[in-house]
Write a protein that binds this ligand. Sequence first.
Ligand SMILES: O=C(CO)[C@H](O)[C@H](O)COP(=O)(O)O
Length: 213
Amino acid sequence: MKLQAALDTLTLEQCIELLQETGHSVDIAEVGTPFIIEQGMAPVRVLKERFPHIEVLADAKIMDAGEFEADKCFEAGADIVTVLGVSYDETIEGVVRSAKKHGKKVMVDMIAVQDLAKRTREIDQMGVDYICVHTAFDIQSTGQKDPLEELKVVNQVIEHAQSAVAGGVKLSTIDAIAREGAAIVVVGGAICNAASRSETAREMKRHLQEENA
Ligand SMILES: O=C(CO)[C@H](O)[C@H](O)COP(=O)(O)O
């Protein structure tokens, strides 16, 4: 199971520091959506150059012009690009075409998908690499969604893609997620805001490896 660190609200310099501190535990560095809104593809370029051994995910949350927008992310050096599951099939198919052209990967973010099992079944046929259940930041405090329950739904349905999980994952919830199984576990605030980011990332990676052993 890979640990993906979501870098949403830090400056580029802070991200570089964080990856220097936690690089031993982090498999994928996510250039988060707020970061892309602020700085475009520059952080993707810089992080890929500085940390060639870490996969870089551009959390572009593409919703239209799939092939064109994914091309931009891959040309900047992204290894993985996100597209929204609520998008039209044509958009997701465009992102898949772009990924195949560049030899890279696609993660579909299932944020705000209403019928998770049905949409997962459809998207699983489209040649995507990962299907990620995602509890939106804006509803995390409402308790409306249970990431573990959503992960179980996706794990039951997928035949081709691998699963991933994002949204409020913490050290206290990572074991149950790891037991259920996911190819990628995405952690943002719990690492970025930790008193010791290095120790927290190491612990999280250890929990993922233990459940995987
Ligand atoms: O994509 C995101 C928000 O839309 C975040 O990157 C994702 O939710 C992970 O961050 P956190 O662990 O802080 O919820």
